[in-house]
Design a binder for this molecule. Structure first.
Ligand code: M6R
Length: 608
């Protein structure tokens, strides 16, 4: 998520905005900028890279004013660069934006027809142009912003300044957080409490559709129907460290809990209004992956597990034979790859050395290369033919959580799209799968609400020396992901097995000291997994299960059973993994481990 701060008051805006942006830097960003109202004009400075670059630039070429806006950008549309950095200025306005404008291509084309010239590749810049057009008609600041926003579809936290109104800020919100704050003769608009905690503790949270006019002494809020509204003001007691985590004790817990919202972001604008067509970037369409004779996926760690689940999606929906390899193995395996094959590299960071080496290998083989990545314009996307961005926002916890579920959603969308293009997936089945995806954020919220008992189960597991995780089909990679999370965070050994394979060896391990974590929701293999569990039970094993709501049989033989709501089988992996993330998190926390930065691990593995 990009960081936003707006200020109007009796002091110089620039130092306040610079300090606020510094407070937001912990979340990661690729560029930054500040604009102020100065002597009846807008003055703006922007810089690619670190905030220090912006500060240096402003020291050489200062700007001043008591009303201003600032932004740290995490690229979503358009590469990280100075011209794509915010604020975007046009005519009498400067704006900063967090969110995604879904109909920006169409609006940009219409604006171009009316003679507008753009200086960036962003979706944001069109809003500045629309505001200026409306202002030319209405000559009223807040009305112009409101009318412009009626034309856009998508999510936004938007903060605007106008050269003709040097003591005013307009702020608007739809599906992206925006917070207003009031001090003595000064007001603020911000994406994060952290940015302005040094000046005030009184915060007002805007709701979707709200638009507000801020002056140094007043905040006036209007709802989506343009009616004046009062939103409750909260006094926040957090210190800066707690505020950075939005009150959560760890980034990892925050990132687990925000997965429903991140999935909404991944899906935004990608399922069309007919509810069966999928909208991908042109560059992805141009690859014509539907003609591939096979798909080769490579990745590491959690991203590799996403690839293993995706194999089921590609083979089931698109009927394309799919192979998944760990990148560090694949690069030395003398693999068979040809220009007829599609090559998919999955990487949260886009910087993983082994995965990047495989992309170069695929390039030499002439395969079509698609990256599934979270970080815009990182190394792997730049080396690929096209990229499907997961839009999970920066992930700070070293253990990957929201990056994984957004990768799965991206891969599932791609598989459904290929299935439709190849006519291997009937329309009614595609509709059903896409309906399951659209309801997924709600199902995830429901699942997270059912996880209250996990700390109780975690307490019982603290002294175990080893764990066995079991699952079948798409849920076997989820078992592997659960075991990886446990190892990374708790430093306890864990191993995942396909449930049906247990009797071929690991069953010898079963006794009352080996907790067995089994993923067994209602699906085509439920009965089979139940039989495997009877074998565990008969040998005195301790079973902790993930089951569908209303399950009786597996739950009855489990010490603890965590439920997921009734849902389409396709999205079960995305719900089951939430319980496994939380289980690992709580055990690690109870053991006193550093949950956000487990020992020996790095967030981005840029060496072999
Ligand atoms: O950035 P990438 O997705 O390429 O990273 C791959 C792995 O290093 C990463 O998933 C790692 O396994 C995480 N720590 C898992 O939580």
């Amino acid at each position: 998520m990009c960081g936003i701060i707006g200020y109007t008051g009796y002091r110089e805006a620039v130092p306040i905005i610079q300090t606020g942006l510094g407070r937001l830097a912990y979340r990661g960003y690729d560029s930054a900028g500040i604009a102020v109202c100065a002597n009846g004009e807008i003055a703006c400075r922007r810089a690619h890279g670190k905030l220090e670059n912006l500060i240096d630039k402003m020291a050489r070429d200062p700007i001043a004013g008591s009303t201003g806006i600032g932004h740290t950008r995490w690229a979503t549309h358009g590469r990280p660069s100075e011209s794509n950095a915010h604020p975007h200025c046009y005519g009498r306005f400067a704006i900063v934006h967090n969110g995604i404008i879904e109909n920006f291509m169409q609006l940009r084309a219409e604006l171009k027809e009316r003679g507008h010239v753009f200086s960036s590749e962003t979706d944001t810049e069109i809003i500045a142009h629309l505001i200026q057009e409306e202002y030319d008609k209405k000559r009223d600041f807040i009305t112009a912003v409101r009318c412009a926003l009626h034309l856009v579809r998508g999510s936004y936290a938007l903060v605007v300044i106008c050269a003709d109104a040097p003591e005013q800020i307009v702020a608007a919100r739809n599906q992206s957080p925006l917070i207003l704050a009031k001090g003595e003769n000064e007001t603020f608009a911000t994406s994060d409490i952290t940015a302005v905690l040094a000046y005030t503790r009184q915060f007002t949270f805007l709701e979707d559709g709200d638009i507000a006019l801020l002056t140094p002494n007043e905040i006036a809020i209007y709802d989506a129907h343009n009616r004046p509204v009062q939103r409750p003001t909260k006094t926040v007691q957090w210190d800066v460290a707690a505020a950075e985590k939005q009150g959560y004790p760890h980034y990892m817990l925050k990132e687990i809990e925000e997965q429903p919202q991140k999935i909404t972001d991944t899906l935004r604008g990608r399922i069309l209004e007919d509810e069966v067509s999928i909208n991908l970037d042109d560059a992805i369409d141009e690859l014509h992956l539907e003609n591939a004779s096979s798909i080769q996926i490579v990745a590491c760690g959690t991203s590799y597990h996403a690839g293993l689940v995706a194999k089921f999606y590609f083979e089931k929906f698109a009927r394309i034979p799919t192979r998944v390899d760990v990148a560090s193995e694949y690069r030395y395996a003398d693999p068979i790859l040809s220009p007829c094959d599609a090559f998919i590299a999955i990487s949260q960071s886009g910087e993983t050395a082994d995965t990047y080496a495989c992309v170069k290998l695929a390039r030499r083989a002439g395969a079509k290369i698609l990256a599934i990545c979270n970080v815009i314009d990182s190394t792997i996307p730049r080396a690929s033919d096209a990229t499907f961005y997961t839009r999970a926002d920066p992930e700070i916890g070293v253990a990957s959580t929201k990056a994984f579920t957004t990768q799965l959603v991206s891969l599932l969308l791609l598989a459904i799209h290929l299935g439709r293009t190849r006519a291997t997936l009937p329309e009614d089945e595609a509709r059903r799968a896409l309906h399951a995806l659209r309801t997924l954020p709600k199902l995830m919220e429901d699942t997270l609400a059912r996880a209250q008992d996990i700390p109780k189960a975690a307490q019982k597991l603290l002294r175990a020396n080893s764990f066995l995780y079991l699952g079948r089909n798409t849920l076997y990679p989820i078992a592997s992901e659960g075991a990886l999370k446990l190892k990374e965070l708790t430093y306890i050994h864990a191993e995942a097995y396909p449930a049906g394979e247990m009797k071929h060896g690991p069953i010898a391990l079963i006794d009352d000291r080996l907790p067995v974590i089994v993923i067994a929701p209602q699906n085509a293999t439920y009965e089979k997994t139940l039989s495997n569990l009877q074998e565990v039970k008969a040998r005195g094993g301790r079973i902790f299960s993930i089951v569908s709501q209303g399950d009786d049989a597996v739950a009855r033989i489990s010490e603890h059973a965590f439920t997921i709501p009734t849902c389409d089988e396709t999205v079960q992996p995305l719900l089951c993994v939430l319980h496994l993330q939380l289980l690992a998190y709580h055990i690690a926390n109870m053991l006193g481990n550093d949950v956000d930065q487990p020992r020996n691990l790095a967030k981005s593995v840029t060496v072999e």
